[in-house]
Design a protein around this ligand. Structure first.
Ligand code: SF4
Length: 290
């Protein structure tokens, strides 16, 4: 079975995960010894997957098969996919099963300049599985993309990054205090990862979610733009684009379904003028910005 029409709301740093795992077989891990399951996960053969979908004009260039993995160490206040946060909530899927699905779309990818995007949750919570899938995709001649906050960038080996054509790097705030208030974690690992990507020659699309009252302070915006410019300065041509994503309320229902308190329930989206003004801050540093 193929995916239904993609729901295109906004690029993935601020959009909902797919609707499910249609057409992808899951593994009956209940029949498996725990040690066997863990060994498969450690080797990268088995992953915890939330969903997949076929999308165009989001998650990287062309038409993409985006796979959402489970597990995330951050707790972003605006999280658009709170149902992907826990690894245990995902479905067990074999890397080969996923790659069979990737292989079926090779023609579409070739015709549109698209490929595979691994998203989440946080992909780098499952580095062995991600590396295995990225390697398999490259063996199929498919363009690969990693959508990540970069917080667990140290989990990505150089070999894995050699199999990654593009990283969608979410810089969620520009200073430690705002980053911690937004995500509960530290900004420094993301910046280290960004510099490393530049050193390794991996292309980057920087993403920044503009949330009124949380990330829209002009000083914060300036700092995010500085960080993006620093990555670009490390190796010119690295930051192919910046995407400023206006916050939206599409995740509110999910938080309610999960019985969690959504602190941003009353936060409005930024106005188009405010979003455009923020884009100009990035453009002023010579960065191509959407
Ligand atoms: S990085 Fe933030 S927005 Fe993305 S899944 Fe994790 S908590 Fe949610």
């Amino acid at each position: 079975m193929t995916a239904g029409p993609a729901t295109l709301d906004a690029p993935s740093a601020c959009r909902r995960a797919g609707a499910g795992l249609r057409g992808i077989e899951t593994v009956a891990t209940a029949d498996m010894e725990r040690t066997e399951r863990l060994a498969l996960m450690r080797s990268g053969e088995l992953g915890s997957v939330h969903s997949w979908e076929l999308v165009t004009a989001v998650d990287g260039p062309g038409t993409r098969l985006t796979v959402f993995l489970n597990g995330c160490p951050l707790r972003c206040r605006y999280c658009h996919n709170p149902d992907t946060l826990a690894m245990k909530d995902g479905e067990p899927v074999l890397a080969d099963e996923l790659l069979a699905r990737v292989g079926r779309y090779r023609g579409v990818f070739a015709a549109t300049g698209g490929g595979l995007t691994l998203s989440g949750g946080e992909v780098l919570m499952q580095p062995a599985f991600a590396a295995r899938v990225l390697r398999g995709a490259k063996e199929l001649g498919v363009h690969t993309c990693l959508d990540t906050s970069g917080f667990l960038g140290a989990n990505a080996t150089d070999a894995m990054l050699a199999d990654t054509d593009l990283v969608l790097l979410d810089i969620k705030a520009g200073d430690e205090e705002t980053y911690r208030r937004t995500t509960g974690r530290s900004l420094a690992p993301t910046l280290r990862f960004g510099r490393r990507l530049a050193e390794l020659g991996v292309k980057v699309w920087v993403r920044f979610v503009l949330v009124p009252g949380l990330t829209d302070d002009p000083r914060n915006v300036e700092r995010v733009a500085d960080h993006a410019a620093e990555i670009e300065a490390e190796r010119p041509g690295t930051v192919e684009r910046v995407e400023v994503l206006p916050f939206h309320q599409m995740a509110r229902d999910k938080w309610a379904e999960l019985g969690r308190t959504y602190e941003l329930a009353d936060t409005p989206p930024p106005t188009p003028a405010a979003t455009e003004a923020v884009r100009e801050v990035f453009r002023a540093r010579g960065l191509t910005t959407y």
